[in-house]
Design a binder for this molecule. Structure first.
Ligand SMILES: Cc1cc2nc3c(=O)[nH]c(=O)nc-3n(C[C@H](O)[C@H](O)[C@H](O)COP(=O)(O)O)c2cc1C
Length: 191
């Protein structure tokens, strides 16, 4: 029997800071996918060069970093967001990148399966942000993975000083979400 091809997942972090727990969570997801031989490979996008959305800038020609991100979304089988919650919602950095990618002529998020995970410094684990992101994804016509949800609370307790995810329970739920995302992506591809 031939093996199903490995799925390409684009990881998008909503935090630009070097020590970001959410970017570390994406790196952990990539490492877990590989070490547990899950059928997906995660490539992490770089939102740092994406300018602030400006219709005038767009009219003058879509900036190259935006074109690169659009192409990465288009080429991915699924998207994995890992992002902080800012003021109970989606950070501007992530919303800005989504806004750029969503503009015509094509809308590469449409039809993509996605999962969301998030790490916060506090006890909510980005819960409220995740439901705002799911709402945005309705307009983008993306297909949300419902469960398992990944809420990483009190992030400083689950990562070590080098940003490695050391908490077993968190590693387990991340692996479960990745496996569910792979199954969800395959199911949608067959539909
Ligand atoms: C502007 C701003 C707003 C924040 N709002 C929230 C919030 O609504 N809920 C929450 O749990 N944490 C909030 N935080 C704290 C973040 O959870 C914390 O800074 C987290 O480490 C950011 O993620 P990162 O490590 O990936 O950068 C906020 C932080 C900033 C900078």
């Amino acid at each position: 029997m031939t093996q199903a091809p490995t799925l390409r997942v684009l990881g998008i972090s909503g935090s630009l800071r070097r020590g970001s727990f959410n970017t570390a969570l994406l790196r952990a997801a990539a490492e877990i996918a590989e070490s547990q031989e899950l059928p997906l490979r995660i490539e992490i996008a770089d939102l740092r060069p994406i300018p602030l959305y400006d219709e005038d800038l767009r009219a003058a020609g879509v900036p190259e970093p935006v074109e690169k991100l659009r192409a990465a979304v288009a080429a991915a089988d699924a998207v994995l967001f890992a992002t902080p919650e800012y003021n109970y919602s989606v950070p501007g950095v992530l919303k800005n990148a989504i806004d750029w990618v969503s503009r015509p002529p094509s809308q590469p998020f449409a039809g993509k399966p996605f999962a969301v995970m998030g790490a916060s410094g506090g006890p909510s684990g980005t819960m409220r942000m995740q439901y705002h992101l799911r709402q945005i994804a309705v307009f983008l016509d993306m297909h949300a993975l419902n469960k398992p949800e990944v809420f990483v609370r009190n992030a400083k307790d689950v990562f070590d000083a080098d940003g490695r995810l050391t908490d077993d329970a968190t590693r387990k739920v991340v692996a479960e979400q990745l496996a569910a995302l792979a199954a969800w992506t395959r199911r949608l591809a067959k539909a």
